[in-house]
Structure formats: C-alpha cells, structure tokens
Design a protein around this ligand. Structure first.
Ligand SMILES: Cc1cc2nc3c(=O)[nH]c(=O)nc-3n(C[C@H](O)[C@H](O)[C@H](O)COP(=O)(O)O)c2cc1C
Length: 332
C-alpha cells in the first residue's frame, strides 16, 4: 500500500520533501554496495542513482544518502531563479505507472544552489553530478553563456556536469540538439570547462539526450560529442511522443513505464554506434526503470549507471534498498 498514490499528484509532489526530511529521524545512512564502479577517480558504491529534477536545489543530498543511492544528480539549476511554467505541472496515471510533467526548470537559482551544496563536506559519500540549464528567457543564440556561468560557479562542487538540452518543457531548448546548432553550442562550453580547470583534468561533461531523436540523429549527436571529447551521455529525458496514448494533456513530457521500450532501445543503439569509442566514456540509462530486473537489464545492455525518477514516485525511496537486496542475489 502506497498511501501517497491516493493524493492528487501536485499535493504528493509538494509533500515529498517533508516526507524525506522526516526520515532524518528514523533512518540511518544506508551502505548499499553492489556492482561498485570506479570512473575518473569517482567511487560509486552501486550503479543506481537519482535522476535530474528530483533535488533541483541541492536541498536533500544527505537525505538521499540515507536510502542507499549509488550517486545523485542535482538540478536542473539555471543561473537566475525561475518559477515553473503556468498551469498544471505534474500528473500521474497509476494504472500506466506513468508521470507527466511540464515544470520547465523551476528552481531557486545558482546562488542558492551554491549555498546549499557548499554545506556538504568533500569528499562526498557518493558522487554528485550537477545538471545545468538555461533560463527560459535566454535565447538559444546565447544559451552557452548560461551554461558557462553555471560551470564557473559550480566547478568546486561538481564530480561531473550534466548538460541538459533535452527537456521538452523549455521552448526551443531541444533545438540545440540539432546537428546545425549542437557543435556551435557545445564548443565554447567545452573550452570554458578546460580553462576553468587550468587546462588539466577538466570536470567530466555529460550530455543528457532526448528519447525523441531518431537513430540517425542519435548517431550524429554521439559523433559530435565524441569529436568534442565529452565524457558521456544520459539516455534519456522525458518523451513527447506518447502524448496521444496516455490520459495526459497535449504538452509536457512523459516518463515512467511507457518510456521503457524507447529508452532501452536507444541505449542498445548507443552501445552499437559507439563500439570501441565507448572506452573510458560513461553511459547512463534513465527512463522507465521501474523494477530491480529492469535496472539489471540496463546494466547488462551496456549502461555503466542507471537512474530513476518515476520509480521513486510509485515505489517510494526504499526502491534503492529493494534493488540492492535483489542485486545481492543476482550478482553474488
Ligand atoms: C517531475 C519531473 C521533473 C523532472 N525534472 C527534470 C529536470 O529538472 N532536469 C532533468 O534533466 N530531467 C528532469 N526530469 C527527467 C528525469 O530526470 C528522467 O530523465 C525522466 O523522468 C525519465 O526517467 P523515469 O522514467 O525514471 O522518470 C524530470 C522528470 C520528472 C518526472
């Protein structure tokens, strides 16, 4: 019985931070070690982490460590604070195990994010990836400036950066993934990241991809990012393609179980396209991972790490411990 699934989705969404905080008094930090990974000097206790959007303002880092996460992705943070899109922003279909959202990066902005994350002493218990975006009023021609602004403020706190240009909820954002714009957009970001690091060991940069790209487009995106020496990819963000098939409004992005076949397929295709170029890069699978079995299958398909969002809505935060328990049986 998951009592929060009886609440209207927006109420449950608003109450989730309080419920997480309440665990501070009843839950000890969990050490879930299974299929550990070492990558670019980071140590992952296990390969299952939280997806972008769960902790937008870096307010719950220690809370999630209590549930046994292998790593966390924080954000999306934008340079200036911004509110969510107008109207309804989240919905849920319990029968379909699906989530719909039209949030549009509501967050408290970079300054507050830095205040929050700087309270966490390094080295971190598990790696923290910082997901960065642009404000909705920044035109695409200047989008790279927002991302560079975020890199500059956040580099002391990031184990890796996630460049998010795949959300469907910021008008025109996904255009940056198009072949004609991608290189032009990424080049100055990669150069700034190297300069910030003093030319040596720059913070890894990962690109979060859309599930709505064709396989040809995926190939071009991977080729461009390899050319620019990006360090990895997250496949995928939410989809706009299932809108007609589920009881949701005709806007926004859909995630959860119905997204699984697409995310799984794009992962397979990415592994195939990358071939030997995968060496040393990080592939993260996100989208429709709702069961321990699905998490294991993504790893077996070639993902180094797996992320969840919708599963935490339907199963609750103990999902991480459930997967760890099954993993011990599967991998020992
Ligand atoms: C309510 C909600 C908010 C989200 N916010 C963000 C975000 O701010 N940044 C981001 O990169 N992805 C965001 N996502 C996408 C998730 O990180 C994830 O890629 C997607 O939901 C697919 O995973 P899932 O099927 O496990 O939910 C959001 C998803 C949901 C459901």
């Amino acid at each position: 019985m998951k009592p929060w699934l009886l609440l209207p989705p927006e109420v449950a969404y608003k109450m989730a931070p309080l419920a997480l905080r309440a665990h501070r008094f009843v839950t000890k930090p969990k050490h879930c070690r299974w299929r550990p990974l070492e990558w670019q000097g980071m140590n992952f206790l296990n390969p299952l982490g939280t997806s972008g959007g769960i902790d937008k303002n870096a307010e719950h880092i220690e809370d999630w460590w209590r549930f046994g996460v292998g790593f966390q992705e924080l954000g999306t943070v934008t340079p200036q604070p911004q509110t969510s899109n107008p109207g309804k922003i989240i919905d849920r279909s319990n029968g379909d195990m699906a989530i719909w959202n039209k949030m549009g990066f509501p967050n408290l902005g970079l300054e507050q994010f830095v205040k929050n994350i700087s309270r966490i002493p390094r080295p971190y218990y598990t790696p923290l990836f910082l997901n960065i975006g642009k404000n909705r009023w920044t035109p695409n021609s200047k989008a790279h400036e927002d991302y560079i602004f975020c890199l500059k403020s956040l580099h002391p706190f990031a184990d890796a950066f996630v460049i998010n240009i795949s959300s469907p909820n910021t008008t025109g954002l996904r255009d940056l993934l198009h072949k004609e714009q991608l290189r032009q957009f990424l080049e100055p970001i990669v150069a700034a990241n190297l300069e910030i690091a003093g030319g040596n060991n720059p913070t890894p940069l990962l690109l979060k991809l859309s599930p709505d790209q064709s396989i040809d487009e995926l190939g071009i995106t991977l080729e461009t990012s390899l050319d620019l020496a990006l360090d990895g990819w997250i496949l995928t963000n939410t989809t706009t393609q299932l809108r007609g098939q589920l009881p949701f409004p005709d806007a926004g992005g859909i995630s959860g179980a119905p997204l699984a076949p697409t995310s799984r397929n794009l992962l397979k295709q990415a592994v195939e396209i990358l071939g030997n170029n995968k060496q040393g890069k990080l592939l993260i699978s996100s989208g429709g991972v709702m069961t321990p079995k699905e998490a294991f299958e993504r790893l077996e398909l070639g993902a180094d790490l797996v992320q969840v969002y919708a599963a935490l809505i339907f199963e609750g935060p103990h999902f991480f411990a459930q997967v760890a328990k099954s993993a011990v049986k599967r991998y020992s």
